[in-house]
Design a protein around this ligand. Structure first.
Ligand code: GCU
Length: 620
């Protein structure tokens, strides 16, 4: 996706002299990547999961000083020099999708570059198109096919793809991928973040076969008037004037539209009377099929509306309180991985449901599509976020372009998911002019890209009041709130602040904004099994007391519209150093790494069950 520019001609010449025929594009020269093909999982193709060879390239020589000895992009460089300092066929293997941290003991904390290679057998058919699709790789990824650079992608949690029609050979192809997990001033997030930086090709890779003209993108959902709004975009020579047929067989409804000169259709139709709305209580999904020319794609969608009316939220026209929990994309287990297959994702969401949740905050980055589709199926409203986390290069146009690309990729991938109701553009960012401008722009872009959902950001800074120094007052007045639909506040009074849990009862809230407020984070670390007086930090009792205090505090929050406490499960973090209580785990989970519930789990479950009038199952 990165085209060569004059600036890189020199690079090309050097590479040719050095025996490796690809030039290193600069991020600045990267054109805006198109969003990926919609619902690519439903397209026919080859899953490239499995054992891939890998080379750990700590000094990034494969990029910086490749020459012929280390031109890893080449399966076997065209040289007859006697010394070749790599051999893919005898290099070690690891599982893809996967992270190297949980697979290779000595790479547990490695945050550098690793090269991967696998052979891909193909029989390209005339008139067909071929796309290599990556659901995610963390962080800075370059993809090579038979030694040719296809392109580069930056960002650890969004999909990217390359069309390889005409590049795919009949027979064996060499697919080489370099992944650099390093974070720094120019990445999103930047260097410092409170979760494990799992590196690698962390989500599935597929080689997809498509007709010459195919359905690249589509959206079918309810508009604010309760009508079905539909749109689709074709890609290929037969796009203009093509007929696009939509059908909802379970509702006995089908319709078609003729594509315009750009291969696009859009319109609305009435929602069939017998269609049930999607909600957490009744997550009704319907099969949808689109067909155009030789292409067709099937999906499962739901019909619901989400809106803010003044300082309250409404789902399908009914008042809504978001009762949820925050979740990191990390599997239950003492040696967790970033990779969440369906079983691992379902295990996490089942614990969230058992709490009585109707909502999950998927933090701090777009989670795997598996998680979001399960939320559709299980009936959990979703907050999805891009990792603009703490401080990043808010004054950089390149960083803005990357954040914008992440945002559009996140929205494009999950546009048809009824469970997703909130797009979040940031978490706990410092208040300053550059940040305010950056985020206001991003929020406007989110709203323009998807006017059907709510926009938010998690805030923890209290300007003017400077936190709780004037008598326990939380004044919600971050200037960012002006641009948001939902004001999400992270608070850790009783843990990071000076207050003890009982003193949290005295905390007051005020805001000048007539908008819904949710508690997007609160909590305390607790080591499972450590019991003590509720005043003793790290104990389950202390954490439970914090939860009791925050549940009570909700009565004092103006425009209170819900919460997503931090966090469902203890998670790996390189920032947690306490030898007895943490051991590189953030222990704010309601369940421990093995899934064992802590006391606070019951406190929250009882509050959610009471509030939603749910029967308590198997209360322990
Ligand atoms: C922050 C942050 C989280 C972090 C949490 C904590 O608010 O958003 O990413 O893990 O606090 O300190 O535990």
């Amino acid at each position: 996706m990165i085209k060569l520019r004059n600036g890189t001609l020199l690079g090309l010449l050097l590479a040719l002299i050095g025996g490796s025929a690809w030039a290193e594009p600069s991020p600045e020269s990267a054109p805006e990547p198109p969003v990926t093909i919609e619902n690519i999982r439903a397209r026919s193709g080859t899953d490239l999961s499995g054992q891939w060879h890998y080379i750990v390239d700590r000094s990034r020589l494969g990029i910086r000083k490749r020459g012929m000895q280390r031109n890893f992009a080449q399966d076997r460089p065209a040289t007859n020099h006697p010394l070749l300092e790599y051999d893919w066929d005898t290099s070690p293997l690891m599982t893809v999708p996967g992270d190297w941290n949980s697979q290779v003991t000595e790479m547990a904390m490695y945050e550098g570059m690793v090269w991967f290679r696998r052979k891909v057998d193909a029989t390209p058919q005339p008139g067909k198109r071929y796309v290599l699709h990556f659901e995610a790789a963390n962080y800075d990824t370059r993809v090579f096919l038979n030694g040719e650079l296809l392109g580069r992608h930056r960002g650890g949690f969004t999909p990217f793809e390359f069309e390889v029609t005409g590049k795919l050979l009949a027979g064996s192809n060499s697919l080489v991928v370099s992944v650099d997990a390093a974070h720094g001033l120019d990445t999103i997030p930047a260097e410092d973040f409170d979760w494990q930086n799992y590196g690698g090709i962390t989500r599935p890779v597929r080689l997809v076969e498509l007709p010459a003209t195919f359905i690249r993108d589509y959206h079918v959902g309810l508009d604010s008037a309760g009508r079905i709004a539909f749109s689709a975009a074709l890609d290929g020579p037969a796009s203009a004037g093509a007929e696009v047929r939509f059908s909802l067989p379970e509702l006995g409804r089908s319709w078609s539209a003729t594509a315009d000169a750009e291969g696009r259709v859009a319109g609305t139709i009435p929602l069939p009377r017998k269609a049930a709305r999607w909600s957490p209580e009744a997550p009704r999904l319907y099969a949808l099929t689109l067909a155009a020319g030789a292409d067709s794609v099937t999906d499962r969608i739901g019909f619901r509306t989400i809106e803010r009316r003044g300082n309250a939220l409404f789902l399908n026209g009914q008042p809504l309180t978001l009762l949820g929990v925050s979740i990191h994309e990390e599997a239950i287990g003492t040696r967790p991985t970033r990779v969440l297959d369906e079983a691992a994702a379902r295990a996490l969401l089942t614990e969230a449901k058992a709490l009585g949740s109707n909502f999950v905050r998927l933090a701090h980055y777009p989670h795997t599509e598996t998680m979001v589709r399960l939320a559709d199926e299980m009936g959990l409203l979703v907050w999805s976020e891009i990792p603009v986390y703490w401080d990043i290069a808010f004054d950089s146009e390149v960083t803005y372009a990357e954040a914008s690309a992440m945002l559009r990729a996140m929205i494009a991938r999950d546009m048809n998911r009824p469970s997703v109701v909130i797009w979040s553009v940031a978490n706990e960012t410092p208040i300053n002019d550059a940040r305010n401008r950056f985020l206001a722009r991003l929020i406007a872009e989110a709203r323009a890209t998807d006017p059907s959902r709510l926009i938010s950001a998690a805030m923890d800074k209290l300007p003017e009041a400077g936190g709780l120094d004037d008598g326990n007052l939380i004044l919600v007045n971050d200037p960012l709130a002006e641009h948001l639909d939902v004001l999400a506040i992270n608070r850790y009074d009783g843990w990071y602040g000076p207050l003890t849990p009982p003193e949290v009862a005295g905390v007051r809230w005020e805001t000048r904004f007539d908008k819904p407020i949710i508690l997007s984070e609160f909590g305390a670390d607790a080591l499972h099994g450590y019991r003590a007086d509720p005043s003793v930090r790290w104990s389950e009792d202390y954490q439970a007391e914090i939860y009791r205090q925050y549940v009570a505090m909700t009565a004092r929050i103006p425009n209170y519209a819900g919460m997503s406490p931090w966090i469902l499960k203890d998670f790996r973090s390189p920032r947690r150093f306490h030898g007895r209580f943490q051991e590189y785990w953030n222990r704010k989970g309601l369940i421990d790494p093995e899934g064992r519930r802590k006391l606070a789990y019951d406190v929250l479950r009882d509050y959610y069950h009471d509030t939603r009038g749910l029967p308590v199952e198997g209360a322990e």
